[in-house]
Ligand binder design. Sequence first.
Ligand SMILES: NC(=O)C1=CN([C@@H]2O[C@H](COP(=O)(O)OP(=O)(O)OC[C@H]3O[C@@H](n4cnc5c(N)ncnc54)[C@H](O)[C@@H]3O)[C@@H](O)[C@H]2O)[C@@H](O)CC1
Ligand SMILES: [K+]
Length: 217
Amino acid sequence: MQVSSLSLDAFKEMDYWALEKYNLSIALMMENAGLQLARLVAKKATKGSVITIGVGNGNNGGGGLVAARRLAAWGFNVNLDLAVSITKELPKAQLERALLFGAKEGIPKKTDIWVDAYLGFSQRLPLSAVFTNKIEVANASSAFKISLDIPVGISKDGKLTGFKANQVMTLAAPKTILEKLPSAVEVFVADLGIPKSVYDHFNIKMPDFLKDQLIAL
Ligand SMILES: NC(=O)C1=CN([C@@H]2O[C@H](COP(=O)(O)OP(=O)(O)OC[C@H]3O[C@@H](n4cnc5c(N)ncnc54)[C@H](O)[C@@H]3O)[C@@H](O)[C@H]2O)[C@@H](O)CC1
Ligand SMILES: [K+]
């Protein structure tokens, strides 16, 4: 029987296998993730929308920074809430590009759309104080909230204890941890460019990415 949702560990295994077997790189997949995230944000935004993207020092942050660059390129007002110093090679390069494209560092007075690319599937609970403080500030804002991959601070049983996302854009395949989110939270799955043979190998149903690379679940 094929499954459609994966545990985070099963997803990491599939992801790693795809990277190795098909000579894919994280940078390449991050580019796909960031483009789909930018599309989802742009659907919600209007011309004058103020967008804040919360960024951590990992690949989740890197995906958020690709989205920041794409949104800035489309003319949006993009702000970056850097939770920690961005020192890792890949997110650092993405940060430099996003700034060159016109994204600004800092939290503006009012945000219309707040994106959580603070932490993704490598987050360990409890979060450090710097992240809990960031989540508190974001949750106190009236902004529409979108999480990349999984919300920062989500508990193992899927309780939305952290960032209060209105939408979650998860990558490549649905994750079981997202099944227990409140029903009002809209979950989307985005195409990372992983081929069908990888889904078949792991006995997972591939979302119909031929139709659209961003699918509402
Ligand atoms: N193929 C892939 O693996 C891809 C992954 N992408 C994204 O990358 C994410 C995973 O990236 P990473 O593994 O770099 O990690 P994350 O971005 O989830 O986390 C970054 C780092 O935060 C630190 N951290 C973890 N728990 C913490 C805590 N409690 N307090 C403070 N710091 C903490 C860790 O050092 C961790 O490495 C995914 O969720 C997804 O969004 C995408 O960008 C593209 C492709
Ligand atoms: K996230």
